[in-house]
Design a protein around this ligand. Structure first.
Ligand code: GMT
Length: 374
């Protein structure tokens, strides 16, 4: 198949999932055309089967805001024609579904171009449910030829918010060879020279991820006499607040804010616990990546997280903002190496047996074939 994929290139898990899907499809003999405003962050290798088409924006003094949705629609239609695309698969509904629908309609009746939308989370739970965006999001979903959601939770929320239920759940996936625990002794020595246990948080540091809670959790762990360290991977608006809180609590020297990093699996390989105290999480890709690297997860019991992390088996779940309980659970894990290893082993087993690329990618391919045959 010749597949057009659109993602947000720089930010968040939906871009990572869309890029990973493209890479995996190419490895299975399909040709993937990424259509985006810039090269997706995790898409490092382009080749004959993985191509990139940049959306060019025309600036004109009359435009107060550049009409990205239209520029994207135009590029989608052009690429569909020149590259003979079979379908467009967009990740994140807003505005990608609308652009894809415009592209599809603009090519009618000369070319059939089915549109598949994958819902990732805040496109439904936050942005899509905002009254001002609700009607257009509903339209984008309803007009798509196929819709998938990355968790049962997100499917349910979409049904409740939009009274739309033609949704196939295809969960996120993990490549078990890219994400596996491996020795990274220099990094461990650099981040924990005293040999202390390490808690890692990986996110885009938006308010919804509650990174400040990680600092609060560290302080509770330290209060329990465990000389842990906290490694904060990523960047975003809440980083300054997290750093400020660490300074206020006098524990900044136990934290390392390392910013965005290309090799997340290295950081997860030196981690003893992953912290994911999010306000909302439709899936929790960071939890899955950590589990694949044998890291138990301390997270909030929200959204799709309980589908990924089994409480008491592959991690511990607490209510949003309950940093006392999260601190207690993290300390419990850090104090007991045997327990940590056993939960880590179960975490990897669970990640690989349920979310392996070899299980999930064929589900997308089958879904494409079904939509194309309609
Ligand atoms: O968080 C977002 O605003 C959107 C999106 C993203 O691009 O990171 O995140 C969602 O998609 C991820 C990949 O499918 C999921 O792992 C995240 O749980 C989900 N985020 C939320 O629901 C907050």
């Amino acid at each position: 198949m010749n597949i057009g994929i659109t993602v947000y290139p720089t930010y968040g898990g939906s871009g990572i999932v869309g890029s990973g899907l493209g890479k995996e499809l190419a490895e299975r003999g399909h040709t993937v055309h990424f259509i985006a405003s810039s090269l997706p962050t995790r898409l490092t290798k382009l080749n004959e089967r993985v191509r990139f088409h940049e959306v060019e924006m025309m600036s004109y003094p009359l435009f107060e805001h550049q009409p990205y949705t239209l520029a994207l629609a135009t590029k989608m239609a052009t690429v569909a024609e020149t590259e003979n695309l079979d379908l467009l698969h967009v990740h994140y509904a807003i505005p990608h579904s609308i652009s894809a629908i415009l592209a599809r309609e603009s090519l009618k009746p000369n070319r059939r171009l089915p549109v598949i939308t994958t819902l990732h989370g805040t496109d439904i739970t936050l942005v899509g449910a905002d009254r001002s965006y609700l009607p257009i999001t509903r339209y984008g979903i309803a007009q798509s030829d196929g819709v998938t959601a990355i968790s049962n939770y997100l499917k349910q929320v979409t049904i409740e918010t939009f009274q739309f239920d033609r949704i196939e759940v295809i969960p996120n996936f993990i490549c078990p060879t890219d994400y596996r625990r491996h020795p990274v002794p220099e990094l461990r020595t650099q981040l924990a020279p005293d040999g202390a246990p390490v808690m890692v948080h990986v996110s885009n540091f938006r308010p919804v991820k509650r990174p400040v809670d990680c600092v609060e959790i560290l302080s509770r762990v330290l209060q329990r006499g465990i000389k842990a360290r906290l490694v904060m991977v990523g960047d975003g608006s809440e980083r300054v607040n997290a750093e400020h809180r660490a300074r206020c609590l006098n524990i900044y020297d136990r934290c390392a804010f390392v910013g965005k990093q290309p090799n997340i699996a290295d950081y997860l390989s030196i981690a003893d616990v992953l912290l994911l105290p999010s306000e909302q999480e439709s899936f929790g890709l960071a939890a899955l990546e950590a589990m694949a690297c044998e890291v138990p997860v301390v997270a909030s019991r929200v959204g799709g997280v309980p589908e990924v992390v089994t409480d008491g088996e592959t991690g511990y779940l607490s209510e949003v903002g309950d940093v006392e309980k999260m601190g207690e659970m993290a300390a419990h894990l850090l104090a007991d190496e045997e327990l940590r290893r056993e939960m880590g082993r179960l975490a990897r087993e669970s990640a690989v047996s349920r979310y392996n690329t070899d299980l999930i990618i064929p589900q997308y391919i089958k879904f494409y074939e079904r939509i194309l045959s309609q």
